[in-house]
Write a protein that binds this ligand. Structure first.
Ligand code: GRG
Length: 296
């Protein structure tokens, strides 16, 4: 099977599980339909599904005793919540996400806020329910995801991003802090959680963490390049926002060509860490390289 077919197969497994593992208002769930509709609206709008694919591919390197799908869906729930909240008027104030009106445009601000809250909470329900047969694994997964999504990483990175936006002279160090935490931490957690489900040992987990960190930085640098070079319809979100907002990015500090070179260096570092892992890493190596070449 070629790698693109394998990627599409993994994405289709993710889509099916998203439907099965996220509540719907079908008569069995309590409460108003609107909250379930809003959660599903943002989750099922598409998206590259990169984080769940990374988690499943990492688990597949080992002899996993459990399915990695619930962990993969938990990660996608957190990622989607962060996008829904990031798009709100009090944050990035965006109208377009995953090629559709943002959640607060489709519903309203309060509903988008609550849908994000519900997705965030649902992630931990999934982990604590589906891995309950192995309490050590369940605890390790909850800790990894809570740490990546909390004040030390995703939320802290977003806070620093908001603070840095207000000043024109954000430094390269501040920028790295933002991206290590806002972007890379969730990619790192995806690979590590896949490894945990697979039963990886400490050394393999450390390689997965390092690969996720480098991939995350490469991903963000490419995101900055695409914001400066691609159009909104290709991206499915508003393009050119960074320059318009006078935001400090890898492109504004280093220029497009140097930013591309830096993304390649980070990808090479990620490939080095992935090559140190046991099992058949060929798909993950291909995925890391295609992330560098992505156009959306
Ligand atoms: C609100 C706590 C909180 C955090 C928001 C996700 C985020 C942090 C901000 C969105 C803006 C941004 C550029 C984030 C960096 C990470 C990133 C590039 C997210 C988009 O991920 P993709 O491209 O999205 O994987 P899809 O839609 O494909 O899943």
């Amino acid at each position: 099977m070629d790698f693109t077919t394998k990627l599409n197969q993994l994405i289709s497994e993710v889509e099916t599980s998203l439907d099965q593992l996220v509540p719907a208002h079908n008569g069995t769930e309590a409460g108003p339909a609107r909250i379930y509709d809003a959660m599903r609206y943002s989750l099922q709008a598409g998206g590259k599904r990169l984080r769940p694919v990374l988690a499943m591919s990492a688990a597949a390197l080992f002899r996993a005793q459990f399915s990695a799908l619930p962990a993969a869906i938990a990660i996608e729930c957190i990622h989607t919540y962060s996008l829904v909240h990031d798009d709100l008027p009090c944050m990035d104030n965006d109208d377009l996400r995953r090629g559709r009106p943002t959640a607060h445009k489709q519903f309203d601000e309060a509903t988008a806020l609550l849908a994000g809250d519900a997705l965030l909470t649902h992630a931990f329900l999934l982990l604590s329910t589906h891995y309950a047969a192995d309490p050590r694994l369940a605890t390790a997964l909850v800790r990894e995801l809570a740490d990546a999504a909390g004040s030390a990483h995703l939320v802290g990175g977003q806070m620093q991003d908001l603070l840095s936006e207000k000043k024109a002279d954000a430094t390269a160090t501040e920028l790295e802090f933002i991206h290590l935490n806002k972007t890379a931490a969730m990619l790192e957690a995806s690979l590590v959680m896949g490894g945990l489900v697979g039963g990886a040992g400490e050394t393999a987990l450390a390689h997965l963490r390092s690969a996720g960190r480098h991939l995350g930085l490469a991903f963000q640098i490419i995101d900055d390049v695409l914001d400066a070079t691609a159009d909104s319809s290709t991206l499915g979100k508003t393009a050119g926002k960074d320059a318009k907002a006078g935001k400090t990015t890898y492109v504004s500090i280093h220029g497009i060509e140097a930013a591309r070179r830096m993304a390649k260096e980070q990808t090479d570092a990620a490939l080095g860490a992935l090559r140190a892992l046991p099992g058949d890493t060929t798909f993950l190596l291909w995925l890391a390289q295609s992330m560098l070449a992505r156009t959306k």
